[in-house]
Ligand binder design. Structure first.
Ligand code: NDP
Ligand code: MG
Ligand code: MG
Length: 333
């Protein structure tokens, strides 16, 4: 069973006694920097020249410097820039300023797990990753609550890295909800697998295939959209609140029966065998290597896939239908 840590297990004074640099001020960065500051921690934000987030950070009362200055001043450096550019930011702005006893923190383990960042031996390497988007992390903190976090130590140079990670998690409200101990390997591999096989990849492919099946059989795209995409939210909300059991309690007995007999015909032993293969490619680094090559090669295939899907009948139908739903906030992306 997972090891859980709460407020009483964490000593806020540890992080209050350090100088923290939060590099990046996006979804996670803003939540960490603001909540640490409100927890009495000495925080500066490191942002690149011309950063769009700079004005916001300054407006919110934070001191902004370059990533290199922030790393030089601080002894705890939390890297919250997009994963594919962390390696470059680390090499250029952080590595030259690392001293023995400093701590390098992450919100996701990819760059450490696959060796794109190799910190020196004298530095603590830890992760504090809230299990929710940054805006929820910040809002919960302000309301006196917190979003559960996971925490891990990859390198414990000082012998105090986990206590420091728990203290940091307390500073952003994580220990109010509960912090689960994990490892960089477990966090990275399960995060990548979840988003590829189930949350993003699996779900998008399921929705598209269902929609196409109905449209190809002659049903109207608008009706197919409602059945295969729109109503998914209702189902997911029920699962989120009470697992499969609450979803099945809420839907009709007919839907529940269909769930039992048809679900296993869609997700078959063959699908699960493919999932195992996908997990293998994550574990052996093939996925990370290919993704970094695609990213640094100018995102050619990525943009092709993106355009293809934006022109899919599912998407063009949805765009029109959502105009009928005043409560749905379909902002221009
Ligand atoms: P975002 O894309 O929301 O924000 C990235 C930030 O980094 C922006 O402020 C951006 O500035 C800034 N930035 C970009 N380039 C540089 C640079 N060269 N130097 C300094 N700052 C730079 O990132 P996320 O918050 O989504 O992700 C950060 C980390 O947190 C990742 O490791 C991610 O895996 C992890 N994470 C994210 C979660 C989420 O909910 N989003 C959940 C848990 C973990 P600008 O505004 O100018 O672009
Ligand atoms: Mg992820
Ligand atoms: Mg129905």
């Amino acid at each position: 069973m997972a090891e859980l840590f709460y407020d009483d297990d964490a000593d806020l004074s540890i992080i209050q006694g350090r100088k923290v640099a939060v590099i990046g001020y996006g979804s996670q960065g803003h939540a960490h920097a603001l909540s640490l500051r409100d927890s009495g921690v000495d925080v500066r934000v490191g942002l690149h020249e011309g950063s769009k987030s700079r004005a916001k950070a300054e407006e919110q009362g934070l001191r902004v410097t370059t990533p290199a200055e922030a790393a030089a001043e601080a002894d705890v450096i939390m890297i919250l820039v997009p994963d594919p550019i962390q390696g470059q930011v680390y090499e250029e702005s952080i590595a030259p300023h690392l001293k023995d006893g400093d701590a390098l923190f992450f919100g996701h383990g990819l760059n450490i797990r696959f060796g794109f960042i190799k910190p020196p031996a004298g530095v603590d390497v830890a992760m504090v990753a809230p299990k929710g988007p940054g805006h929820l992390v910040r809002r919960q903190y302000e309301e006196g609550r917190g979003v559960p976090c996971i925490a891990a130590v990859e390198q414990d140079a000082t012998g105090n890295a986990f206590a420091l990670a728990l203290s940091y998690a307390k500073g952003i409200g994580g220990t109010r909800a509960g912090v689960i101990k994990t490892t960089f390997t477990e966090e990275t591999e399960t995060d990548l697998f979840g988003e590829q096989a189930v949350l993003c990849g699996g779900t998008a492919a399921l929705v598209k295939a269902g929609f196409e099946t109905l449209v190809e059989a002659g049903y109207q795209p608008e009706i197919a959209y409602f059945e295969c995409l729109h109503e998914l939210k209702l189902i997911v909300d029920l699962m989120y609140e009470g697992g499969l059991e609450k979803m099945r309690w809420s839907v009709s007995e007919t839907a529940e029966w269909g769930d039992y007999v048809t679900g296993p015909r869609i997700i078959t032993d063959q699908t699960k065998a493919e999932m195992k293969k996908i997990l293998g490619e994550i574990q052996d680094g093939t996925f990370a290597k290919n993704w970094m090559e695609e990213y640094h090669g100018g995102l050619k295939k990525y943009n092709e896939y993106k355009t293809q899907d934006s022109e899919h009948l599912l998407e063009t139908t949805g765009k029109e239908l959502r105009k009928l739903m005043s409560w749905v906030d379909d902002e221009e992306l």
